[in-house]
Design a protein around this ligand. Structure first.
Ligand code: SAM
Length: 253
C-alpha cells in the first residue's frame, strides 16, 4: 500500500515518468492536474486521472528511476557498467564493499542494492559538495541503513581493516593499491573504472610493483546497442551511448 510521504513513480499515457512524494496536494503536468492524496492507502498499480481525464499509473520506483531523477554532481557510472562491475566481481548480499569516489552516489546505490540489508558499502568522497549530494541520493534510494559515506581522500588510506571488494571511480586508482593489499580479503576484487586509456596504462605500470598480490588483470569496455523495433523494420538505433569507461578487474591472491 502507498503511504503518505512515500515516493512513487507516476507514468503518463506517453510513458513520461515523474518521481513524486505522495502528499495531500496537487501535482501539475502538461496533461492536467492530479490530486496526489488520492493515492494514499492504495496499492501500487493504481491509476488516477488528471482534471483533463488523462490516466497516470503509480508504480514503486526502482533504483534506476531514483538514479534517473536524482540530483547529480559529477558524471555517474551508467547501469551498463555498474551491472558488469557487480557481475564480474561477484558482489553479493552480505558483502562489505569499499568505494571511492562516491560522486553523485549512483554506483554507491547500485552497490548498496547488490550487498542487500546484511551488507555494507563504505564510500569515500573527497569533495564536501559531492559528499553531501551523494548522502542525499543514498537517503532518497532508502539505503542509509547499509551505506557509510566518508568525506575524506582514500589516497591517504583506508580506515577499515577488511573488505570483500574495493570499487573505485576516481582519477588515480593506482594510489589506492598500497592500501588495498592490506585490506582486501583473498579472493576479493579490486575494480577500477577509468574513462581514459592512458589511466589504464598508468595503472598497469603501477601494478608491476604488486606482482604476486593479484591474479592476472582483466580490462573490459561495455557497449550496449539498443534496437528499434517497428512493424516493417528492426535495426539498431542510430545513436548510442558509446564510450563511458574502461573497467579493470584484479582479484586478490
Ligand atoms: N561513481 C560516481 C557515481 O556513479 O556517481 C561518480 C564518481 S566521479 C566521476 C569521481 C569522484 O571521485 C569525484 O566526486 C571526486 O571528487 C572523487 N575523488 C577524486 N579523488 C578522490 C580521492 N582521493 N578520494 C575520494 N574521492 C575522490
Amino acid at each position: 500500500m502507498i503511504s503518505a510521504g512515500e515516493r512513487v513513480l507516476l507514468v503518463d499515457p506517453r510513458g513520461k515518468r515523474y518521481l513524486v512524494k505522495v502528499e495531500d496536494k496537487e501535482f501539475h503536468t502538461d496533461l492536467g492536474i492530479l490530486n496526489l492524496g488520492e493515492l494514499i492507502g492504495k496499492p501500487y498499480g493504481t491509476k488516477i486521472k488528471s482534471h483533463r481525464g488523462e490516466t497516470f499509473t503509480a508504480l514503486k520506483p526502482d533504483i534506476n528511476d531514483i538514479i534517473a531523477k536524482m540530483k547529480r554532481g559529477p558524471q555517474i557510472v551508467h547501469p551498463k557498467d555498474a551491472g558488469i562491475i557487480i557481475a564480474y566481481a561477484g558482489i553479493s548480499p552480505g558483502d562489505t564493499v569499499i568505494e571511492a569516489g562516491a560522486g553523485s552516489g549512483a554506483l554507491t546505490i547500485f552497490l548498496a542494492n547488490a550487498v542487500g540489508s546484511s551488507g555494507k558499502v563504505i564510500s569515500y568522497e573527497v569533495r564536501k559538495d559531492f559528499y553531501e549530494i551523494a548522502q542525499k541520493n543514498v537517503e532518497l534510494a532508502g539505503f542509509s541503513d547499509r551505506v557509510v559515506l566518508k568525506n575524506k581522500s582514500i589516497y591517504n588510506g583506508i580506515d577499515e581493516e577488511e573488505a570483500d571488494h574495493i570499487v573505485l571511480d576516481l582519477p588515480q586508482p593506482e594510489n589506492v593499491l598500497p592500501h588495498a593489499v592490506d585490506v582486501l580479503k583473498p579472493g576479493g576484487y579490486f575494480v577500477a573504472y577509468t574513462p581514459c586509456m592512458n589511466q589504464v596504462h598508468r595503472f598497469f605500470r603501477a601494478l608491476e610493483e604488486f606482482r604476486g598480490e593479484f591474479m592476472k588483470p582483466r580490462v573490459v569496455e561495455v557497449l550496449v546497442r539498443e534496437q528499434e523495433v517497428k512493424r516493417e523494420c528492426m535495426r539498431p538505433k542510430t545513436t548510442m551511448l558509446s564510450h563511458t569507461g574502461y573497467i579493470t578487474f584484479l582479484r586478490k591472491l
